[in-house]
Design a protein around this ligand. Structure first.
Ligand code: ATR
Length: 272
């Protein structure tokens, strides 16, 4: 049976095995998908052992996305843009290839939510790996202009420099006053019970507030956006399932339906 796995540290709470096993069952694909706890200094060795034991492909999560980027012998354009790899596979010539499906997972989730990205202006908060991987796919999907705001301005500037001229960088206090139809929180602020401290006026024209984090309760950013009257809020659970679906497609050439798996995960989160 073909073997796949997600590599991370920690990895115990990963939802990827559940998601991929659901996809495989729905599509009648015979495969095994495990979660592997890789040592912090031993991702490459761990991956090579997995391949030697018959591993065909992998997902990579925190903190190994940059290590996977270094390890891959060939990189997709979107992995290069993101500077990180979340999906590994071995091509027909035996070459180890690295891709990144996080950004297209976000775009797919926004489309599932009914957002028309064509020609809109997006405010993207945060300048870490999550944000960097999202910009190229958002622009490819038709976003006209993107303002990248971060607490530490220099990090936003360094990323924006790769995407001139339709991406600009700023701090939270000097976000340009213009209508943003979509505001995305790609910071990890929710993990510490906080939200990015932007002014409420930037949400005035926002149709959807999106947080890449997810949990049983709305994140502080989504809670605040609702209070400000933003009509729709969505967390990153849909993005998680959608990036997995894109990885599954790369490996198996079949597109899973994300909807039933997302519904099951939402139920699981509510039951906790
Ligand atoms: P990831 O790879 O998940 O994007 P990261 O590279 O550690 O994670 O980046 C975390 C992001 O969240 C950064 O943009 C960080 O802002 P700084 O660059 O100023 O550190 C942002 N962040 C974390 N906690 C935050 C908070 N409480 N308020 C605002 N931004 C926060």
């Amino acid at each position: 049976m073909d073997r796949y796995a997600v590599f991370g540290n920690p990895i115990g709470h990963s939802k990827s095995p559940f998601i991929h096993n659901q996809f495989a069952a729905a599509l009648g694909e015979k495969l095994q998908y495990d979660a592997i706890l890789a040592p912090l200094d031993g991702f490459a060795d761990n991956w090579h052992s997995f391949v030697a034991a018959g591993g065909k492909g992998g997902n990579v999560t925190v903190p190994f996305k940059e290590a996977a980027y270094q390890l891959a012998e060939a990189l997709s354009g979107r992995a290069q843009q993101a500077g990180a790899v979340n999906t590994l596979y071995i091509d027909s010539k035996g070459k180890l290839c690295g891709d990144n499906t996080d950004g297209i997972g976000l775009v797919a989730d926004l489309q599932r939510l009914g957002v028309n990205l064509q020609g809109i202006t997006v405010l993207l908060l945060g300048a870490g790996g999550a944000s960097r991987g999202a910009i190229g796919p958002l622009l490819d999907a038709g976003v006209k202009q993107l303002v990248l705001a971060n607490r530490t301005v220099s990090k936003a500037q360094a990323i924006a420099a790769n995407f001139d001229p339709c991406v600009s960088a700023c701090g939270y206090a000097d976000i340009p006053l213009q209508p943003y139809q979509l505001v995305i929180n790609a910071t990890s602020s929710g993990l510490s019970g906080e939200r990015p401290l932007i002014a409420a006026q930037h949400l005035q024209h926002c149709q959807l507030a999106y947080d890449m984090l997810y949990g049983a309760a709305p994140t502080p950013f989504l809670h605040w956006a609702k209070e400000q009257g933003v009509p729709l809020q969505a967390d990153g659970l849909g993005m998680l399932v959608a990036q997995a679906a894109e990885a599954f497609y790369i490996w198996r050439g079949k597109r899973p339906d994300v909807t039933p798996v997302l519904a099951l995960l939402q139920q699981q989160l509510q039951a906790v």
